[in-house]
Design a protein around this ligand. Sequence first.
Ligand SMILES: C=CC1=C(C)c2cc3[nH]c(cc4nc(cc5[nH]c(cc1n2)c(C)c5CCC(=O)O)C(CCC(=O)O)=C4C)c(C)c3C=C
Ligand SMILES: [Fe+2]
Ligand SMILES: [Fe+2]
Length: 372
Amino acid sequence: MPRFAKEPEYRHGSIARTGILLINLGTPDAATPAAVRRYLRQFLSDPRVVEIPRLIWLIILNLFVLTTRPARSAAKYALIWTREGSPLLVWSIKQAKLLKGLLGERAARYGAPAPAVALGMRYGNPSVASAMDELKAAGCDRILVMPMYPQYAASTTASAYDAVFAQMARYRNTPELRLVKSWHDFPGYITALAARVRKSWDENGRGEHLVLSFHGLPRYTLDQGDPYYCHCQKTARLLAAALQLEESEYTVAFQSRFGRTRWLEPYTSVALTQLARGGVKTVDVFCPGFVADCLETLEEIAMEGKQTFLAAGGKALNHIPCLNDNSGWIAALADFVAIQLTNWPTTGQTTEPPLEAAKIANLRAQKLGAKQ
Ligand SMILES: C=CC1=C(C)c2cc3[nH]c(cc4nc(cc5[nH]c(cc1n2)c(C)c5CCC(=O)O)C(CCC(=O)O)=C4C)c(C)c3C=C
Ligand SMILES: [Fe+2]
Ligand SMILES: [Fe+2]
């Protein structure tokens, strides 16, 4: 394979076009053991995801994990699969389309060129590489990398960056990049989360207790400085404040434990059991860290979590859907993107000779003076 990908054409002196690269985790191409195995092989081979010594892990992965988990996970995927495909991909495509539409509308109001938007999945399809190629082919010479993970974790956000840099290494004429790190406390995001919870309360009634369930991580990541746990706590605190909840009215918990090591606590399954045993009959579970419904919310919470809660004596578990294609959330996403793009000068602005800039500023000042 050549060192560099062939550039589609030689671009010179073009007006800067901005591309927004939305990155989410990714999902298998089908709910079959073979497709899930392909997906899990790529996902679980990422050294950002499983941090045990490579050789030992590759043996465990190939001898045990990839021989047993794909069939079990495929059966779970089959329960949530839709006619359009995996929910995570379906929602992510919708989000990208809606964002593109909204950014386009806003840009048109100012006669500005519409930014391009592309979706890349860290694992599976469409890949991050293909999304970057799409933006480049659309003439983008600067790309805002927007991981769709509100809370930063090395295993998600930094891994998304790794995929971007791997593709950058294949370009001769590289685009400029801006990397979004986290947006766990962005007011528009918090407001959209609160609106989503209130909508569920209006439509389905309000449970006695609200569980805010985030994806888990091994506990050692917190000890080693990953801010994920603190970001989750802050999101939860801000959301609880927006909903005017007392501390006794909600619980923050972590789901999706993998392997035998200790993960962030409390575990969602344990919290649900304790709530039911403590006499709570109805519970709402919301997953603020997932912007799109997926296996982890639709199967692990709405199905498995429900069984756990009912088996421990609870009467009803209501899973509150994720932000998905909610219009307030898409508007908040567009606002966030717009903020990230401010003060990102185009090539023309950065190369303008200071003398010319000063002359223009003088002329403007003279004109203003003449008007007064
Ligand atoms: C060591 C394993 C894992 C870490 C660390 C991890 C972190 C992590 N994951 C998400 C978001 C999602 N994970 C999803 C599925 C999923 N996660 C793991 C393992 C780890 N995740 C596995 C093995 C799977 C696949 C399903 C299974 O076999 O159990 C998904 C859903 C994908 C879908 O197709 O619907 C999401 C989303 C975050 C945010 C995170 C760290 C904070
Ligand atoms: Fe995960
Ligand atoms: Fe899971």
